[in-house]
Design a protein around this ligand. Structure first.
Ligand code: ADP
Ligand code: MG
Ligand code: MG
Length: 198
């Protein structure tokens, strides 16, 4: 079971992970993008933290809302509106609920988030984007589990794909051999979730 407090812990853990991995994320974005993904995400989580302090949201839906607005308004870069759309769909999916009570329910919430990214980004599975982590995570949750190995595998799988969306797609074949930065930041998000549920 996840309470609003647990969702708060989830995002606080994610915030820490983004800060710790800021350089790593920007380094992944250097060969196949513009080298700013770590900085973009750090701006997002900083804005989230600040806004959280001000607004003190106390429902799951409102916490998603604060996170969504922070990502949309402060990130700049493709990843902001994409995370923002995911979270906005998760706001809708959790309206009025006090706790998340099962893996299946959590899977449905993540699946709605995934749908937001796909719609906003016009993205499919294996386009070498964050979708390649969100989609298997949603699926695995719906089947009743989630662990870090599964998430790491999904991230690794982006390495040999050819990018079809975003800046990396300009490289075509040459995007092969590099992990997608958005898949890596999404891995941190779901690793933080696993740690919260432990
Ligand atoms: P920018 O490319 O504008 O500098 P970031 O570096 O912050 O933005 O984010 C890049 C990440 O955004 C990529 O690694 C990829 O995961 C994700 N991304 C980019 N375009 C799309 C898209 N159309 N659909 C899904 N994800 C995308
Ligand atoms: Mg970038
Ligand atoms: Mg950029």
């Amino acid at each position: 079971q996840l309470t609003a407090k647990d969702v708060q812990t989830w995002f606080a853990t994610f915030t820490d992970k983004i800060r710790e991995n800021k350089e790593y994320l920007s380094d992944l974005d250097t060969p196949i993008g513009d080298g700013d993904h770590g900085n973009n995400m750090a701006r997002g989580v900083n804005a989230y933290e600040e806004s959280f302090e001000q607004k003190q949201p106390d429902t799951i839906s409102d916490i998603f809302q604060v996170f969504s607005m922070a990502m949309i308004s402060k990130v700049g870069g493709a990843s902001g509106p994409l995370y923002g759309s995911a979270l906005m769909n998760m706001v809708k999916e959790t309206k009025g609920i006090e706790t998340i009570d099962s893996y299946e329910q959590l899977g449905n919430i993540v699946e709605q988030g995934l749908a937001g990214i796909k719609k906003r980004g016009k993205t499919e599975f294996e386009d070498k984007t964050m979708v390649d982590v969100w989609e298997p995570v949603a699926q695995t949750l719906k089947e009743g589990s989630l662990n870090k190995e599964q998430i790491a595998q999904a991230k690794e799988h982006t390495k040999d794909l050819i990018a079809k969306k975003g800046r990396a797609s300009y490289l075509g074949e040459r995007s092969k051999g590099h992990i997608d930065p958005g898949a890596a930041s999404s891995t941190l998000l779901f690793d933080a979730l696993v740690e919260t549920m432990e």
